[in-house]
Write a protein that binds this ligand. Structure first.
Ligand code: MN
Length: 288
């Protein structure tokens, strides 16, 4: 096997609130922009029990430009509304893939029905960078349903791999992406082995949402940790000691400079200043 080398094992940051609806632990920050490109950020909302309310928790109207936000739901429901006319609600197994591109306003709240009942809220949000030539692509929104995901049953009743983006063993995921990306959501049974074959040169990480794993017969990783692998090589082996739930992120690096300011991610400082001007001038549309 031509294993990708293990570069580091990272423990997620302590939880912080995004608005009043998302209690997230950060796995990917600025220090991983090289090793994780095209992924800019991963905020993980581990299972969190919220009480019933008539006032849905969340984040009110805010802008994004130059990248994509990808929200993956496992429990609970999220409602989304944006200035390009995109709107929708996702529940367990669903994914919203929003391309901010040239600039968008949106809001993200727990869905009303979920809010009224309360319950377990379990989500992740990933930010995916766009290459310079697509940063000003028109905003768009992909509503990806659980039933649309690619599904691979692992050998020996070892669990199930859902392909959100890219492909695994010829099974493709539904997401349309601007660069080559593989995102798998995988549930492993105790004692099962997952063998991944990923492109040489692509960045890759294994995010452990639950379980105790052995990676490449070499490195242990447990709940709340992420294993970052090097670009060279094509194989990754994941062995589970107990029932496990992992997210596999892999993608072709975007070899361009990054200039970021809050929810704007561009290539140069000048473009950031222009983005702020455009936002202040109302060019990202209207959303109440
Ligand atoms: Mn947002």
């Amino acid at each position: 096997m031509n294993y990708k080398k293990i570069k580091q094992v990272r423990t997620a940051a302590p939880p912080h609130m995004v608005g009043d609806g998302f209690k997230v632990r950060n796995f990917i920050g600025q220090d991983l922009w090289y090793d994780m490109s095209p992924f800019l950020m991963l905020d993980y909302n581990e299972p969190w029990t919220v009480g019933p309310t008539d006032h849905p928790r969340g984040v009110d109207v805010h802008p994004h430009k130059g990248f994509e936000t990808v929200t993956i739901a496992w429990s609970g429901n999220v409602a989304h509304e944006d200035s390009s006319g995109g709107r929708g609600e996702i529940g367990p197994g669903d994914v919203q893939w929003m391309t901010a591109g040239s600039g968008i306003l949106h809001k993200e709240f727990h869905a009303e029905s979920f809010s009224r009942q309360g319950g377990v809220f379990h989500m992740a949000q990933l930010w995916v960078n766009l290459p310079a030539k697509f940063k000003n692509t028109p905003p768009s929104y992909q509503d990806l349903r659980d039933a649309d995901m690619g599904r691979v049953q692992l050998p020996d009743n070892g669990g199930e791999l859902r392909v959100i983006a890219g492909e695994h063993m010829g099974v493709k995921g539904p997401a349309k992406t601007f660069t080559r990306i593989n995102i798998y959501d995988v549930k492993l049974k105790a004692g099962s082995v997952l063998n991944l074959e990923l492109p040489d040169g692509d960045n890759t990480a294994i995010v452990v949402m639950e379980g105790n794993l052995m990676i490449n017969n070499e490195q242990q990783a447990r709940t709340g940790q992420m294993v970052v692998l090097g670009r060279t090589g094509t194989n990754v082996q994941v062995e589970s000691n107990n029932e496990a739930h992992i997210l596999v992120l892999s993608g072709e690096p975007i070899a361009e400079p990054i200039s970021a300011y809050g929810p704007f991610v561009m290539n140069t400082k000048q473009e950031i200043l222009e983005a702020i001007d455009d936002f202040n001038a109302g060019k990202f549309g209207v959303l109440n």
